[in-house]
Write a protein that binds this ligand. Structure first.
Ligand SMILES: NC(=O)C1=CN([C@@H]2O[C@H](COP(=O)(O)OP(=O)(O)OC[C@H]3O[C@@H](n4cnc5c(N)ncnc54)[C@H](O)[C@@H]3O)[C@@H](O)[C@H]2O)C=CC1
Ligand SMILES: O=C([O-])CC(=O)C(=O)O
Length: 329
């Protein structure tokens, strides 16, 4: 093994998503089958012992790429030298809550973590926030890391993207790999907008292929947007394995690039594209190359899509104002 190990910090390592995520990172699915990794795990003191148990199991897998595991209950130490940071540790919602209801409980976690990333992460740090409400938590962390380029802070809407691919593939009777250019716009919340007017199947838009506006509006969009709540209702706990899988996809695509003729969905710092106020962390269609993302430009947005995007972005602005009031940014 000649490549330099990549240091990956994972917060909430003893949680449900952590348990589904760490083994996939250590096996090479996050960065590639030839990239050795060092894990730095962050937990709250009460959960360090459980994280140690997970680390024992990671050892027992004898993953050839895993070059070491360190466990911390201190954010400053956990992010030291991190090239990739997966900010998972946060409370999940329970039945009857919206993700935004977690802002007060979880927002406070992301200020010290942003500061710790600013203080000690590697120069090429890339951050994915998974803990909910993910977009606004990413904004909090980013605001407390003034020395890190803002574009290195992202939030996860890849799970919504994958959910949209799965629902559309069933409806259209095609494989998920036949679908290109899926987009989730806005917030990782019930207001998100999964867009079938730019998604393509065999060179036609998905909306044309499906040709069923009633399904698109009254079935597809709410099913994707409320899937998290449906999983909580069914499982009694929020999505864990699918969330871990989406986190793997998000970082893998960011680092290794999107395929020619395709794009993905990531919540990234807005530069004002598509009327999304600068600075909000909102989901967009993005292409990735050479470890950088770029918002896809020049898409035509009709009135239907405009209304949906605006509603989700308005919610992001409200969340930003709420965390300002809480003194978190
Ligand atoms: N963006 C997305 O698509 C998704 C986001 N989520 C969110 O991910 C988060 C984690 O979910 P689960 O793993 O199911 O929850 P969990 O409750 O099983 O695990 C969370 C872990 O985070 C730890 N933790 C809490 N505060 C921490 C801190 N300050 N530093 C480090 N660790 C800390 C807890 O001790 C616990 O072990 C939740 O906020 C959930 O809502 C879940 C699914 C999808
Ligand atoms: O719904 C939740 O609370 C967990 C989550 O973010 C998801 O499954 O998309």
């Amino acid at each position: 093994m000649t490549r330099t190990p990549v240091t990956v910090t994972v917060t909430g390592a003893a949680g449900q998503i952590g348990y589904a995520l760490l083994f996939r990172i250590a096996s090479g699915q996050l960065l590639g089958a030839d990239v050795p990794v060092r894990l730095r795990l962050l937990e709250i003191p009460q959960a360090v012992k459980a994280a140690e148990g997970t680390a024992m199991e990671l050892d027992d897998c004898a993953f050839p790429l895993l070059q070491g595991i360190d466990i911390f209950d201190d954010a400053t130490r956990a992010f030291e030298g991190a090239n990739v940071a997966l900010l998972v540790g946060a409370r999940p919602r329970t039945k009857g809550m919206e993700r935004g209801d977690l802002l007060e409980a979880n927002g406070g976690i992301f200020k010290p973590q942003g500061e710790a990333i600013n203080a000690g992460a590697a120069d090429d740090i890339r951050v994915l926030v998974v803990g909910n409400p993910a977009n606004t938590n990413a904004l909090i962390a980013q605001q407390h890391a003034p020395d890190v380029p803002a574009e290195r802070f992202t939030a996860m809407t890849r799970l919504d993207h994958n959910r949209a691919l799965a629902q559309l593939s069933k409806k259209a009777g095609v494989s998920v790999s036949d679908i290109k250019k899926m987009t989730i716009w806005g917030n990782h919340s019930a207001t998100q907008y999964p867009d079938l007017f730019h998604a393509e199947i065999g060179g036609k838009t998905a909306a044309e292929v499906v040709d069923d506006q009633d399904w698109l509006e009254n079935d597809f969009i709410p099913t994707v947007a409320k899937r998290g709540a449906a999983i909580i209702e069914a499982r009694g706990a929020s999505s864990a394995a699918s969330a871990a899988s989406a986190a793997i996809d998000h970082i893998h695509t960011w680092v290794n690039g999107t395929a020619e003729g395709d794009w993905t969905s990531m919540a990234v710092v807005s530069d004002g594209s598509y009327g999304v106020p600068e600075g909000l962390i909102s989901s967009f269609p993005v292409t990735c190359a050479d470890g950088r993302w770029e918002i896809v430009q020049g898409l035509e947005i009709d009135d239907f899509s405009r209304g949906r995007i605006d509603a989700s972005v308005a919610e992001l602005a409200e969340e930003r104002d709420a965390v300002r009031k809480l003194g978190l940014i």
